[in-house]
Design a protein around this ligand. Sequence first.
Ligand SMILES: [Zn+2]
Length: 415
Amino acid sequence: MTEGFGFEIGTRLDDRGGGRTGTITTPHGTIRTPAFIPVGTQATVKGVLPEAMAELGAQALLANAYHLYLQPGADIVDEAGGLGRFMNWPGPTFTDSGGFQVMSLGSGFKKVIAMSVERAEDDAATAGGKERLSRVDDDGVTFKSHLNGSMHRFTPEVSMQVQHQLGADIMFAFDELTTLMNTRDYQVESLERTRLWAERCLVEHRRLTEERVGKPYQALFGVLQGAHYEDLRRKAARDLGSMEIDGQRFEGFGIGGALEKENLGRIVRWVTEELPEDRPRHLLGISEPDDLFAAIETGADTFDCVQPSRVARNAALYTADGRFNVDTARNRRNFAPIDEDCDCYTCAHYTRAYLHHLFKAKELAVFTLATIHNERFTVRLVDSIRDAIDAGQFEEFRDEYLGRFYASKAGPRGT
Ligand SMILES: [Zn+2]
């Protein structure tokens, strides 16, 4: 049942199941890990063509099942030949389960959100009086489209059906996302709901895999929740790590849910100590340099995040000396590239002064140029960490890199 998908470990950082390099094999190509996977939420990285994403070193792209289900519809992506063919990206693809977006509708929060569950009023916090757009029950989630207000329902089975139609190489099981604001009792209850949903995802995934004869194999990753509770995180990892139904098991794992920055490495360590070593681990939603180092050191293999492209569209650019805003006055006459050390297309051809001008003039090309740089920065950082692990120089590289990146909160050198 696993034709075309595999994971091979390269160099290990320690013997505790922590950091390692490796190679994920998919029907659409390989991914050398650790790897940063840029996000193309609606089957496009905003403002950047797939050819440019390949050129800047992206090994795979991740799209969002919730958005593509609503628009254009998973059936249309299926008819197009699957996500990769639809968006003209020949390499590996991921889709997330849609759970995060569906449940984010319940609260109006972005990263730290709260669920709306009628029988757990204490846990029904929402952001500033915003209308709740989703409700969780034991069978699934009912939600209102953010596009036109129409009502929809995701269950584990629906999520699997949608993701099979989308056809990505790596999919994620449908899980309930909780937040740090939920009570421990609620986390316990939710984790059990996610465990039962994981079993249903495996059953439905197995059924759909048997149906998709002649189509490329899709791998399913289980998603581990448990917030900041060590016992819950470890239990989730043990439960899903050993889960197997009729020979079908998870071929990798997503580490999801509410993570406080300072706990990130600790939480990843808890779950990687429990998980089988032979399957890849994806950490959902991180891209800041200190987070990437912490997650890789403790055993995460792949990462995705909208942050590099989102902040690029707001003129915030990464350099080896920290992040800065190119639309501030001090860049008006700065004819240097964004980052002297960067090898991206934008830095090879354009200056800070030009990007400053484009942002001020609200010219669309600047979204493309800024996004190319930030995506290259993040992809290249993770590639460099991989090289450092292979070379046995992880700790030296980490200390030097983070020391320089966070040395000046005021901005990069020379500005
Ligand atoms: Zn650059």
